[in-house]
Design a protein around this ligand. Structure first.
Ligand code: TEU
Ligand code: CA
Length: 531
């Protein structure tokens, strides 16, 4: 694995909600270019841009109509090349989102494929005849309804794991694999440094209907690696829901010649009854730490965990796992330092560095996300909940909780736009970049100090992970190189706790979210101690 992969600190940008510079209420590439100084000062060294390709926006850009261009609402290819260049001047690499399990139904390939059964592009997608006049199977799509959509013109169904405007590509077809490898090379030749790979473990579908980790997944990924990713030394981070450590090892590592790394989201399923995003339950915080430690222990040598707590599909971590009402600063900084002291590729989602909680959604029409509208429909159909109970569940689980624009400055529109934002923006006192930049005791300045240490402290770069303690809300782990160690001490709870005996009393405090060092641990206290 390339050295820079191991040291990557990736900042995910949801372009639509980052910074709007032309007043249309939609974030754009020019806005990202303007924020490069802020990103460099934060200390990140790579950006992952969620899709900003041409798209009808059915799934907010994860329905791509042209893989080789920039959506006009975001700017032009020249703007993108300028971003690449200016980011590189600041030591920041750019990763794009590789969304190749499906295209938009407005992609040229699908517009052709649906014209006739013998169209040259027909087999770029997955078509089946009706079975007894019905869909070929009764599997459900992620955004509601069947995974099969009937196409009147040719009398067949096509497969879509997500919305019916996101037809799945047929990876069995060598022409599809060739097209995607060529597209990857197009961006890597331009200077893109790698990809976050959308639902990459869905690519291979087995005849028995299995759609996760299908039999031919490894061969498909190996082909992309050999023909495109490997020769460029590209960093790839696979989005792989339902992954186990064994499956992660089988997908990553130098010798595999497939992916560099994979997200694991197991801890992000906590607080949900059976993982159902609309069904809240108390978070088992001890289990949260145990899960993170399991992945640290499961991926060693040239496989790397990916350290993540938020993204554009998740509500804000502070609202899910912290205590935004009573300890916003302490719990946001504890969640960050407990995670980013660990070994792996660090991924930070836009706004996480400001310790943003969920925005408040009061009515259904304030939402924008297809998954949320489907959630509303499914909850309503149960007949079990009042309108307000449904809205409360959407507030708990909606992806839009992580998709509202970044509050750069005080004022109604938070310095995000001069126009009308595409989705509501929440600007709360103390939660803008402008205020936090000047406040030594802000989440932003804590993140700046934390990331600088993560890059400068050898134990945090190459140190071996070892969990020493995780009980009653207190956890301690070490990162060790030789006879030096950094102890990461976290009190994942309110109230006081004893300072664990395993923490060296005379160690040097590298990072702390309380101004002084006490003999005990205070609410959501976190310490990085060098000994
Ligand atoms: O997400 C994969 C996915 O399954 C998510 O929809 C996830 O299951 C859900 O949001 C968890 O609450 C990727 C993208 O990140 C997501 O934005 C897209 O909607 C999806 O794939 C289809 O491209
Ligand atoms: Ca704009």
């Amino acid at each position: 694995m390339e050295r820079w992969h191991q040291q990557a600190i990736v900042y995910q940008i949801y372009p639509k909600s980052y910074c709007d510079t032309n007043g249309d209420g939609i974030g754009d590439l020019r806005g990202i270019i303007n924020k490069l100084p802020y990103l460099q000062e934060l200390g990140v060294n790579a950006l992952w841009l969620s899709p900003c390709y041409p798209s009808p926006g059915d799934d907010n850009g994860y329905d791509i109509a042209d893989y080789r261009d920039i959506g006009p609402e975001y700017g032009t290819l020249d703007d993108f090349k300028e971003l690449l260049e200016k980011a590189k001047e600041r030591g920041i690499r750019i990763l794009l989102d590789l969304v190749v399990n499906h295209t938009s139904d407005e992609h040229k390939w699908f517009r052709e494929a649906r014209k006739s059964r013998d169209n040259p592009y027909r087999d770029y997608y997955i078509w089946r005849d009706p079975v007894d006049g019905h869909a070929p199977s009764d599997l459900k799509a992620a955004f509601g309804g069947s995974i099969w959509e009937f196409d009147e013109t040719t009398g067949q169904y096509y497969l879509h794991l997500f919305s019916k405007k996101q037809p799945d590509l047929n990876w069995e077809n060598p022409k599809v694999r060739r097209e995607i490898a060529d597209m990857i090379n197009y961006w890597l030749d331009m200077g893109v440094a790698g990809f976050r790979c959308d639902v990459i473990n869905n690519l291979a579908k087995d005849e028995d209907g299995n759609i996760l980790f299908g039999d031919r997944l490894h061969s498909y990924l190996h082909q992309l690696h050999e023909e495109a990713l490997g020769p460029h030394g590209a960093l790839t981070i696979g989005e792989t829901w339902g992954l186990t450590p064994a499956q992660a090892l089988a997908l990553t590592g130098e010798a595999r010649g497939e992916l560099t790394s994979t997200f694991q989201f197991e801890h992000l399923l906590l607080g949900r009854i059976d993982g159902d995003k609309w069904m809240p339950e108390p978070v088992d915080r001890t289990r949260y730490v145990d899960i993170l430690a399991k992945w640290e222990d499961g991926l060693k040598d040239d496989s790397y965990p990916v350290l993540v707590m938020e993204n554009h599909d998740q509500p804000r971590a502070l609202s899910r796992f912290g205590d935004p009402e009573n300890y916003p600063y302490e719990s946001a900084t504890m969640l960050g330092a407990m995670l980013y002291g660990m070994r792996g590729i660090a991924v930070i989602y836009q706004g996480q560095e400001l310790g943003l909680p969920n925005p408040t959604f009061r009515t259904l029409d304030e939402y924008r996300d297809i998954e949320t509208f489907n959630g509303y429909k499914e909850l309503k159909e149960t007949g079990l909940y009042t309108e307000q109970e449904i809205l409360d569940r959407l507030q708990f689980g909606s992806r839009d909780c992580g998709r509202t624009p970044i509050p750069w400055a005080t004022g109604e529109k938070g310095g995000f736009t001069t126009g009308t934002p595409w989705i509501k923006i929440q600007v709360d006192p103390g939660f803008t970049a402008e205020e936090q930049d000047k406040d030594e005791r802000s989440v932003l300045n804590f993140y700046r100090r934390m990331l600088a240490l993560r890059k400068s402290e050898p134990c945090l770069q190459d140190g071996e992970f070892k969990l020493l303690l995780n009980e009653g809300g207190t956890s301690v782990y070490t990162r060790t190189v030789g006879d030096e160690a950094v102890y990461v001490v976290s009190h994942f709870a309110d109230g006081e706790a004893a300072m664990p005996a395993c923490v060296p009393a005379n160690g040097e405090v590298l990072l702390a979210n309380y101004a002084d060092r006490a003999d005990s641990l205070r609410p959501y206290e976190v310490l990085w101690v060098k000994a």
